[in-house]
Design a binder for this molecule. Structure first.
Ligand code: BTN
Length: 276
C-alpha cells in the first residue's frame, strides 16, 4: 500500500493487543472515530472505577488538551477521504513508581527513539518537559501525563495510581497559523510513516518504558534524554520571568538552569521554558 491509501488507517489493534496483553493482563485497545480527548475519556473512566490498562486512539479529537491547560489542536480525519493527519492516543494503566517526576521525559525519549530511525545524529529532539521537536525549533508533538487515585483509604507513596499518558503527533504537514511554536510533522522524519504505522511502532516500547520507569525511575533515561535535549547549552527564559542557561536535566528529570542567582532545578509542573 502506498500514498493516500496508506494514510487511511487500518489500525493494528489486534497486533498491538497480542504484543501487550502478556505484559498487562486485562489490556484492551480501542479506536474511536471521535472523542473530546482520549486523555479526558480515560480519566473519566478511572474516576468512575474503570482502571483496566487501555490504549485509546481517536481519529478525531474535538477538545484535545495540552500541558498547562492549553489546547492541543490537530486536524481531525480529512472528511470524505478517511486520511488521518495526526496520531492522537492515550495509554492508561495502574502504576506504582517510587516517584512520578521525569515520567513525561522518559516517554519523550521512548517516542523519539522509536520514530527516529537509526541515523547517528538524532533528528527528533526533546524540549523539557514534554515536547518533541524537529530542526528549526518546530514542534512535532507533545506528551501529557496525568494521574488519578483509585485506592480507597489513606494514600501512601507506594500505592498505585492510574496514569494516563496522552500523546499527540503531527503525521502530515500542519498550518502554522495560530500556533505559538511552528509545527513539524513525522513525514519529514520518515516518509513511510502513517498514524497507524507510528502507533504500531510505539505501543509496545511505550508500555515497556512505563514498566521500566516504575521499577528504576528516570535515571536510566537521563543519558538518552541528554542526547536529544534541545535546550542544553542554550539561553532560556522561564515563564516565571527568570533567565539563564540550560544545563541538562537531573537524574530526577528536573531542568537545570544556571541563572544570576545560581543553579536552579526546575521541577514545577506550572513553569514553561523557551529558548531565547
Ligand atoms: C502538549 O503539547 O502540551 C501536550 C499535548 C498532548 C496531546 C495529546 S493528543 C492525545 C491526548 N489527548 C489529549 O487531549 N491530549 C493528549
Amino acid at each position: 500500500m502506498s500514498g493516500a491509501a496508506a494514510l487511511i488507517p487500518a489500525w493494528p489493534a489486534e497486533d498491538i493487543w497480542q504484543q501487550i496483553e502478556p505484559l498487562l493482563p486485562g489490556f484492551s485497545v480501542e479506536v474511536l472515530a471521535s472523542v473530546d480527548s482520549t486523555s479526558s475519556e480515560l480519566m473519566r473512566r478511572a474516576r468512575g472505577g474503570r482502571t483496566e490498562p487501555t490504549l485509546l486512539v481517536a481519529e478525531t479529537q474535538t477538545a484535545g488538551r495540552g500541558r498547562l491547560g492549553r489546547q492541543w489542536k490537530s486536524a481531525g480525519v480529512y472528511e470524505g477521504t478517511g486520511v488521518v493527519p495526526a496520531l492522537t492516543f492515550s495509554l492508561g494503566l495502574p502504576l506504582a513508581p517510587q516517584g512520578w517526576s521525569g515520567l513525561s521525559l522518559a516517554v519523550g525519549v521512548t517516542v523519539a527513539e522509536c520514530l527516529d530511525g537509526t541515523g547517528a545524529e538524532p533528528r527528533i529532539r526533546l524540549k523539557w518537559p514534554n515536547d518533541l521537536w524537529l530542526a528549526g525549533d518546530r514542534k512535532l508533538g507533545g506528551i501529557l501525563v496525568e494521574t488519578a487515585s483509585f485506592a480507597t483509604g489513606p494514600q501512601t507513596a507506594e500505592q498505585p495510581r492510574y496514569v494516563v499518558v496522552g500523546i499527540g503527533l503531527n503525521v502530515l504537514p500542519v498550518l502554522a497559523e495560530g500556533l505559538s511554536t511552528p509545527p513539524a510533522c513525522l513525514r519529514e522524519v520518515d516518509t513511510s510513516l502513517s498514524a497507524a504505522r507510528a502507533l504500531k511502532r510505539l505501543a509496545l516500547p511505550l508500555v515497556q518504558a512505563l514498566l521500566g520507569f516504575a521499577e528504576h525511575g528516570f535515571a536510566p533515561f537521563q543519558p538518552r534524554f541528554a542526547r536529544r535535549d534541545v535546550l542544553a547549552g542554550r539561553g532560556v527564559t522561564l515563564s516565571n520571568g527568570q533567565q539563564g542557561t540550560a544545563h541538562g536535566v537531573s537524574d530526577e528529570g528536573a531542568l537545570l538552569v544556571h541563572t544570576a542567582t545560581g543553579m536552579q532545578a526546575i521541577t514545577s509542573a506550572e513553569i514553561s521554558v523557551r529558548p531565547q
